[in-house]
Write a protein that binds this ligand. Structure first.
Ligand SMILES: NC(=O)C1=CN([C@@H]2O[C@H](COP(=O)(O)OP(=O)(O)OC[C@H]3O[C@@H](n4cnc5c(N)ncnc54)[C@H](O)[C@@H]3O)[C@@H](O)[C@H]2O)C=CC1
Ligand SMILES: O=C(CO)COP(=O)(O)O
Length: 332
């Protein structure tokens, strides 16, 4: 396969555009696929994505298109759409993705209804034999798109594939570490969004920085319990895609999940708090809490977020409930 063989990016939102810039910066021609032909033509002509990444020039090596056939024959395909749309997008593109290299899933979430992780969705939908990988870690699209230093994790069941894809996509300031712990990486990415909403609520309610730090630590303990029960390795959760991303997302109003929580904490309803922006944790909260409950795992923070988002509990009731929980050993 020649250096001229493109990398595909499916999805022209903030993260898709940023990853297209990163892949182009790593020296590859990039085909950036959008579902909407007008949006693809505008991006191709304007060389900027003003809705999702204003002020960031599109790398000259990126070609934006809505032609699904243009995806065939690529070296690898990054799929960068919201988790709840992943199944539909993969179904639509199933034909060209049969010959578009390994499929790298970049969404952070669990599918509602089926309670499936993204790799399980992909394995159900993609043609047999298409390798699946997952990319996740602490990385704001705006930082990556501007070429600021960022490190993320790429996971594939085949360790050689994970190492190869990491080398392929790493660039001067975008570093990919690799692992074969796909489930561990998926749990970190999906779970941190839910827990970051909780941290936003605490800050939005004016409970202070000490409360936020306590919540990050207790939320991380929940995530570790979940990972142990669902086949993720603790050391993966301690890394970039777990603790690294939880700390980033729970500390910055730049995070849509944190900002969503902050608005909930300040008194907005879930619909008002979303404000038209994607907060993946709002969709994943119920699935995360439901999966945990089915195994008898305690995840009080995730349950609290699920209840607030569903409108079945108020912020104040949830906070009172969390503070009234029985004291226990810290590592029990
Ligand atoms: N923005 C960020 O900094 C990061 C985002 N992510 C993850 O990447 C995923 C995507 O997030 P963003 O790009 O930020 O969201 P976004 O809201 O900026 O963009 C979503 C894009 O997906 C497209 N889309 C929605 N439904 C679609 C469908 N059915 N078919 C085709 N395209 C569809 C939208 O048109 C839009 O272009 C999420 O799971 C998010 O958690 C991960 C790391 C960083
Ligand atoms: O995943 C992200 C950073 O790693 C982006 O976070 P938000 O989706 O909360 O903006």
């Amino acid at each position: 396969m020649s250096a001229e063989t493109p990398i595909n990016v499916v999805g022209g939102g903030a993260w898709g555009t940023a990853l297209a810039n990163a892949a182009a910066g790593a020296g590859h021609p990039v085909t950036l696929w959008l579902r909407d032909a007008q949006a693809a033509a505008a991006l191709q002509a304007q060389r900027e994505n003003p809705r999702y990444l204003p002020g960031v020039p599109l790398h000259p090596a990126i070609r934006a298109t809505a032609d699904a056939d243009a995806l065939a024959g690529a070296r690898a395909t990054l799929v960068v759409v919201p988790a709840q749309t992943m199944r539909g997008v993969l179904e639509t593109l199933r034909g060209p993705l049969a010959s578009a290299g390994p499929v790298i899933l970049c969404a952070k979430g669990i599918e509602r209804g089926s309670d499936s992780f993204m790799s399980a969705v992909a394995e159900q939908v993609l043609p047999p034999g298409v390798p699946v990988a997952v990319l996740s870690g602490p990385s704001f699209a705006a930082d990556v798109a501007r070429g600021l230093p960022t490190a993320v994790t790429l996971a594939a069941a085949d360790a050689g594939l994970a190492a190869g894809l990491s080398a392929l996509l790493s660039g001067p300031s975008f570093r990919l570490y690799h692992t074969d712990d796909v489930r561990g990486v998926e749990i970190g990415g999906a779970g941190k969004n839910v827990l970051a909403i909780a941290c936003g609520i605490v800050v939005g309610r004016g409970l202070g920085e000490s409360a936020r730090a306590a919540l990050i630590a207790r939320a991380f303990a929940e995530l570790m319990r979940f990972a142990r029960a669902f086949g993720g390795r603790p050391e993966t959760l301690m890394g970039l895609s777990g603790l690294g991303d939880l700390v980033l997302t729970a500390s910055s109003p730049q995070s849509r999940n944190f900002a969503f929580g902050q608005r909930l904490g300040a008194g907005a309803s879930p619909a008002e708090a979303a404000g038209g922006k994607l907060a993946e944790g709002a969709f994943t909260a119920a699935a995360l809490a439901g999966l945990a409950a089915a195994k008898g795992l305690e995840m009080p923070v995730a349950e609290a977020v699920a209840a607030i988002v569903a409108g079945s509990a108020s912020v104040d009731d949830v906070i009172a409930g969390l503070l009234a929980r029985p004291l226990r050993g810290e590592t029990d």
